[in-house]
Design a protein around this ligand. Structure first.
Ligand code: PGU
Length: 409
C-alpha cells in the first residue's frame, strides 16, 4: 500500500504565483476588457542579445554534425562553461575552482534541492520575508514542523526578521541554527547586504559550524562597486557557504533554463570531512539530474564572453530604469517605497493598515496592475507589496500612469 508524503499537507497554501494567477483569471473573467499589467512575477521580457543567440545557434549547429555531436555531457556541466564561470569570479578577485561549480537548470531547483545534503533534523533559518522555495522545500523534507495559522509561521523554522528598522537585512540569529538561507540582492525586498553584514553571518556560521546557502540570483543588478556580489568576497566564506546563481535574471534565461551552484571543497560541517559535502552534492545531482541542455550551455558560454557580458549589462540597465520609473511614480503619490537601487524589485508599504492581499485586490480592481502580496513571502512581508521591474518600458509606463491616476488613496 502506497502512502503519501504527508509533509506536503503541511504546506501553508498553494504556491504564491499560481495563487496570483488564479485571482487574476477570476478578475479577467468578470472584466474581459481590462488590459492587465503584470508586475507580479519576476519574469524577464526583453529578447536575448545577439551574442547569446549566436551561442545558442552554435550549440544547435554542433548537433547537426557527427564530428561535433554530443549526448550526455560532463557530469557537473560543460568543462568550458565551468572554467568560464571560474574566470568570471576570478575577474572580481574571487577564487573559485571549476571543480566546485555545478551547472544546473536554474537557481530554483538548486535552492530547493540543496537541503537534501543536510541532516533531517538540522535547524533551518530563513529571512522573513523570503523567496518561498527555501521554506517550502524544507517543509516537504520534514524539517519545518507544523504550520501555525495564527503566527503564519512554521514551528520548526527560525525566522530572521527583515524590517524597516534593520534595512531589511537581518541580524544573525541569537540561537544556534545549522543552515541559513540568505538572498542578496534580496527577493522580495530589494535590499542588498553590505560586506559588514555578510561578514557577521560568515563569522556566525564558522563559530557555529553552520552553513550559509547564499542565493545570488540577482548579483548582476548590483551597480554599487562597494556592495558584494558573491559571498566568497568575504574571507572564510568558502569554509561555510554554498552559493547559488542563475542565468535567468542575469541574461534573460528564465525560459531557457541555466544556473549553477558552488559547493566548495573546503566546506565542512560538524561531522564531515573536507570535500564530503561537495561529493554529496555531486552524488545528488548525478543521481537525480542529468545535466543542463548542451545547447543552452553554449548559450551560457556566450553570456560570459566580453560581448555577452556587455550586452547583458545593457538589458539589466533597461530593467533598472524601469525600477526608477516605478519608484518615482509611487513616491509622487506619497507611497513609501524601498529597494529598486541594486535589485529589480520595489518593496512598498501598503497604504493605511491594508493587508498585502487587500492591496493586491485593490490595485487589480482600480488600476489593473498585478503585483505580489508581501505576505506571500512570510509573515514579515505582511503590510508590504512587491512590484517587479521586469517588463517592456511602455507597459511599465502605462502601469505607473494607471497607478498614479487611478489608485484611490
Ligand atoms: N532565486 C530567487 C531569489 C528568485 O527570486 C528566483 C525567481 C529564483 C531563484 C529562480 O531562478 P531560476 O534560475 O529561474 O530557477 N523568482 C521569481 C520567479 C518565481 C519563481 O517561482 O521562481 C519571482 O518572481 O520571485
Amino acid at each position: 500500500m502506497a502512502t503519501i508524503n504527508s509533509n506536503y499537507r503541511k504546506l501553508s497554501a498553494g504556491y504564491l504565483f499560481p495563487e496570483i494567477g488564479r485571482r487574476t483569471r477570476e478578475f479577467q473573467k468578470h472584466n474581459p476588457d481590462a488590459r492587465l499589467m503584470r508586475l507580479g512575477i519576476g519574469n524577464t521580457t526583453e529578447p536575448l542579445t545577439p551574442t547569446i543567440i549566436e551561442g545558442l545557434y552554435t550549440g544547435a549547429k554542433k548537433l547537426a554534425d557527427v564530428k561535433t555531436y554530443t549526448g550526455y555531457g560532463d557530469e557537473q556541466g560543460n568543462t568550458a562553461l565551468r572554467e568560464a564561470l571560474a574566470a568570471f569570479y576570478g575577474a572580481r578577485g574571487v577564487s573559485v575552482s571549476p571543480d566546485d561549480i555545478f551547472v544546473s537548470d536554474g537557481a530554483k531547483p538548486d535552492s530547493s534541492n540543496i537541503q537534501s545534503i543536510f541532516g533531517p533534523s538540522d535547524i533551518i533559518a530563513v529571512q522573513d520575508p523570503a523567496y518561498p522555495v527555501y521554506v517550502d522545500s524544507n517543509v516537504i523534507a520534514g524539517r519545518a514542523g507544523q504550520y501555525d495559522q495564527e503566527q503564519s509561521k512554521y514551528t520548526g523554522l527560525v525566522y530572521m526578521d527583515c524590517s524597516e528598522e534593520n534595512g531589511f537585512f537581518p541580524d544573525v540569529p541569537d540561537q544556534k541554527v545549522d543552515v541559513l538561507y540568505l538572498c542578496s540582492p534580496n527577493n522580495p525586498t530589494g535590499a542588498v547586504a553590505d560586506r559588514r553584514q555578510l561578514k557577521s553571518f560568515v563569522d556566525y556560521a564558522r563559530r557555529n559550524k553552520a552553513v550559509i546557502i547564499f542565493d545570488a540570483s540577482y548579483s548582476e543588478y548590483i551597480s554599487d562597486p562597494d556592495l558584494p556580489r558573491s559571498i566568497y568576497e568575504i574571507e572564510g566564506a568558502d569554509e561555510c557557504s554554498i552559493e547559488i546563481n542563475s542565468f535567468s535574471k542575469f541574461a534573460g534565461f528564465t525560459g531557457v533554463r541555466l544556473g549553477w551552484s558552488i559547493v566548495p571543497g573546503k566546506l565542512t560541517v560538524e561531522d564531515s570531512k573536507p570535500g564530503e559535502l561537495r561529493n554529496m552534492w555531486f552524488r545528488r545531482q548525478t543521481t537525480f539530474f542529468n545535466g543542463a541542455s548542451n545547447i543552452v550551455q553554449d548559450g551560457g558560454l556566450a553570456v560570459l564572453s566580453p560581448a555577452g557580458l556587455a550586452e547583458c549589462q545593457e538589458v539589466i540597465s533597461y530593467y533598472m530604469e524601469n525600477a526608477r520609473i516605478i519608484r518615482s511614480g509611487l513616491q509622487s503619490i506619497g507611497l513609501t517605497v524601498y529597494g529598486g537601487d541594486n535589485a529589480p524589485y520595489l518593496w512598498l508599504k501598503t497604504p493605511g493598515s491594508m493587508t498585502s492581499w487587500e492591496f493586491f485586490d485593490k490595485l487589480l480592481q482600480e488600476t489593473w496592475v498585478i503585483g505580489t502580496p508581501g505576505s506571500g513571502f512570510g509573515p514579515g512581508g505582511e503590510g508590504y507589496f512587491r512590484l517587479s521591474a521586469f517588463g517592456h518600458r511602455e507597459d511599465i509606463e502605462a502601469a505607473v500612469s494607471q497607478i498614479v491616476t487611478r489608485l484611490q488613496l
